[in-house]
Write a protein that binds this ligand. Structure first.
Ligand SMILES: Cc1cc2nc3c(=O)[nH]c(=O)nc-3n(C[C@H](O)[C@H](O)[C@H](O)COP(=O)(O)O)c2cc1C
Length: 254
């Protein structure tokens, strides 16, 4: 810690400190023994007028409303750098205690993609022919899906999102918190980044997805969360004509 720190006492008994490097510290002598002294940095946010905020919200709404799940892909290549940026956008997501309990497995190997397709189609055959209830199959009808998953071979990339049920640091087991919530949010960021790059994806769940851990040789603390093919849409790709709920249906105001 810098020698130039100047402390200012607050009514809570905590002390705000500042260094000549503009780092801010909050030091609370009565705080839990687990709370260490941590550096704070100034938040670098944009400053918008109310009009700009209104316009930005509308523009982003319209941009995100144009996203659709795509099941027909082109084999047009996508550079690895694009996938790296998309993954890092996802990994900037909030997570319980900032544990970032995820691994994004990016697959472009034709051989591995094909192994994944074969295993996924096996599970999906069971799902569509034996495991799904009549109600479930009826709900899927408008989407026109079945056990065939050609896109797993065709899309240039598959991203398999793994959730970490615990961390392993130097051989020791470490806790993680709110794993499903955290990985769900990160996947939302991932989907938004894919859409923003002008690419398309599908949130795919060929459950049970244990075969993904085996094919990708993942450690025992990782479980497959979702599988997302990423690429360009096939020429003339079609999407189901479905609608979204209205603001009234999805919100309550207090
Ligand atoms: C958790 C989750 C699992 C999904 N699993 C599948 C899947 O296995 N196969 C599929 O074709 N679509 C799957 N979908 C995509 C949905 O069917 C799709 O998001 C929904 O029909 C709405 O369409 P839209 O994404 O174009 O708005 C899944 C979506 C979510 C959020």
């Amino acid at each position: 810690m810098s020698d130039n720190r100047q402390g200012v006492a607050s009514s809570s008994g905590c002390e705000y400190g500042e260094t000549n490097h503009a780092l801010k510290f909050l030091i609370c002598p009565k705080a839990s023994k687990f709370m260490s002294k941590k550096a704070f940095i100034e938040y670098q946010g944009k400053e918008y007028s109310e009009e700009q905020v209104t316009n930005e919200a509308k523009a982003y709404r319209s941009f995100m409303e144009s996203r659709r799940s795509i099941r027909e892909f082109s084999d047009r290549p996508v550079p690895r750098e694009v996938i790296e940026d998309i993954i890092m956008t996802a990994s900037s997501a909030p997570s319980g205690a900032n544990k970032q309990p995820w691994t994004f497995c990016a697959v472009s190997s034709a051989d591995i993609k094909h192994k994944i397709r074969e295993a996924a189609e096996k599970e999906e055959y069971e799902n569509y022919h034996h495991r799904m209830s009549d109600d479930w199959l009826k709900d899927l009808e408008p989407l026109g899906t079945d056990e065939h998953k050609e896109f797993l071979d065709i899309a240039p990339w598959l991203i398999i999102v793994m959730r970490k049920t615990f961390e392993i640091e130097e051989g020791n087991r470490k806790n993680v918190y709110y794993v499903n919530e955290s990985v769900g949010i990160a996947t939302g960021f991932l989907i938004s980044a894919i859409h923003n790059a002008g690419l398309v994806t599908l949130t795919h769940t060929p459950s049970p997805m244990g075969f993904l851990s085996k094919i990708l040789d993942r450690p025992k603390n990782e479980k497959a969360f979702l599988l997302l093919p990423v690429g360009y849409p096939a020429e003339g790709a079609k999407v189901p004509d479905i609608s979204k709920k209205t603001l009234n249906e999805v919100s309550e105001w207090y």
